[in-house]
Design a protein around this ligand. Structure first.
Ligand SMILES: [Zn+2]
Length: 417
């Protein structure tokens, strides 16, 4: 762990008046015992959480918060985003990917309340994917990164090559499922690929899905034009989630025979959605949410490397990409969206606005639900035994989150002065 952050984290702990801490000199990223207070995100009532060795020990109801400065500050589980292609000009399929870039992304996410994320590698050359999974297998062992990156997501290259369904994935890199090639990626990653997005209608896809499940890899259906029968076969083989449902789909589809209805109708599929206000219309978000409900809807950002950068014209995916002042990421040549620029905090705000769901439900879609999907049993909820990953925030009038403090594994990793 880098010294500046380490010192910052410990200063925060000692200076913060509402915390009663006892540092553990032997372990830089764990504080032996402490108590943190806030308004519980589910019922808006004050609670006190005891933390020991980075885990939640006990949660108690209290009459009022002991520090008046904590007035109006909510405490919720740290947010989890399992589709992150890049951020702040760095992409996980970048030729120059390195540890420093991933640390930078991790720390920037901490400042936005995201305590766990899954680097997502999209369709690319075999040698590049192999090289970057190899780099990531080492990067994931870093003290900072390992806290927040539980593994990797491979989206493509085994997806539909058809325009519209392939979205912004470069056609030249799209191919049929190849278990031998994937096994090389998997080994290069240190067996840390935890999710794969695939098109089920491709030759060999069903067999590929079954093999992924044998390794415990979560299989997502995305960028596909699967029929009802094929989607059911894929789910029978172990697919459990739709990647950004409603996107990675042609603009014009058959009113009966399209891949959206069968994915909505299939209860065994959780839906991940990009609720940034551009990828789906509010009424699509409403409908998907009404069908899938608060337990089987997941927010993902799908942020690309241009996220966090000023609006303008950039080159990405070997093509011209425009980030509009409103935050829309467009590929003008094909008139398609090329990923997103808003983080899942924006999705939480939009879910509440579009569906009138509660803060608790919106937060669950960005914490508990993805943790359950990915089998991350140590996080995603505020309950005894779980990792002490928290986001503390004020809720602005428009539903946006004003992040005040983020804790990972019981340590403050971000705090507003
Ligand atoms: Zn996609």
């Amino acid at each position: 762990m880098n010294n500046t952050i380490s010192i910052f984290a410990f200063l925060c702990l000692f200076l913060c008046t509402n915390l009663h801490t006892q540092s553990n000199a032997d372990n830089k990223m764990k504080v032996k015992k402490m108590v943190i207070e806030g308004l519980f995100y589910t019922d808006h009532q004050p609670i006190s959480i005891e933390i020991e060795d980075g885990k939640i020990l006990r949660i108690s109801r209290i009459e009022k918060l002991s520090d008046p400065e904590m007035e109006g500050i909510y405490i919720a589980p740290g947010l989890i985003d399992h589709q992150v292609n890049g951020y702040l000009s760095h992409a996980f399929v970048g030729e120059e990917l390195n540890l420093e870039q991933v640390q930078k992304i991790t720390k920037a996410f901490w400042a936005r309340g995201i305590t766990t994320y899954v680097p997502t590698l999209t369709s690319h050359r075999s040698d590049l994917l192999l090289k970057n999974f190899g780099k990531l297998s080492k990067i994931i062992q870093d003290e900072i990164v390992s806290l927040s990156v539980p593994g990797f997501h491979l989206e493509g290259p085994y997806i539909s090559p058809i325009d519209g369904f392939r979205g912004a994935h470069n056609k030249a890199y799209i191919r049929e499922p190849n278990w031998e090639e994937f096994s090389q990626f998997y080994e290069a990653s240190g067996r840390n690929i935890i999710e794969v997005t695939i098109a089920p209608e491709l030759e060999g896809a069903i067999d590929f899905i079954a093999k992924c499940r044998q390794l415990g890899i979560v299989v997502a259906l995305g960028h596909h034009n699967g029929t009802t029968a094929i989607i059911q076969e894929a789910v029978d083989a172990g697919a459990s989630v739709s990647t950004h449902l409603g996107n990675g789909c042609a603009n014009t589809i058959h009113r009966h025979d399209n891949p959206i209805w069968p994915q909505l109708a299939e209860d065994r599929l959780t839906a991940s959605i990009i609720a940034d206000g551009f990828h789906l219309r509010p009424e699509e978000v409403q409908t998907f949410y009404k069908v899938k409900g608060p337990e089987r809807t997941i927010l993902v950002s799908d942020v690309i490397r241009l996220a966090g950068l000023p609006p303008g014209t950039y080159e990405d995916f070997d093509q011209e990409v425009v980030v509009t002042p409103e935050g829309k990421v467009m590929m003008p040549a094909q008139n398609v969206l090329a990923g997103a620029s808003f983080l899942i905090t924006e999705g939480i705000k939009n879910m509440m606005a579009f569906t009138q769901c509660s803060l608790a439900d919106a937060v669950h879609m960005a914490s508990r639900n993805p943790a359950r999907l990915l089998g991350l049993h140590d996080r995603g909820e505020i309950s005894p035994g779980k990792r002490a990953d928290f986001v503390l925030f004020k809720l602005n009038k428009d539903g946006s989150m004003d992040i005040r403090k983020t804790m990972v594994n019981g340590v403050t990793v971000f705090e507003v002065e």
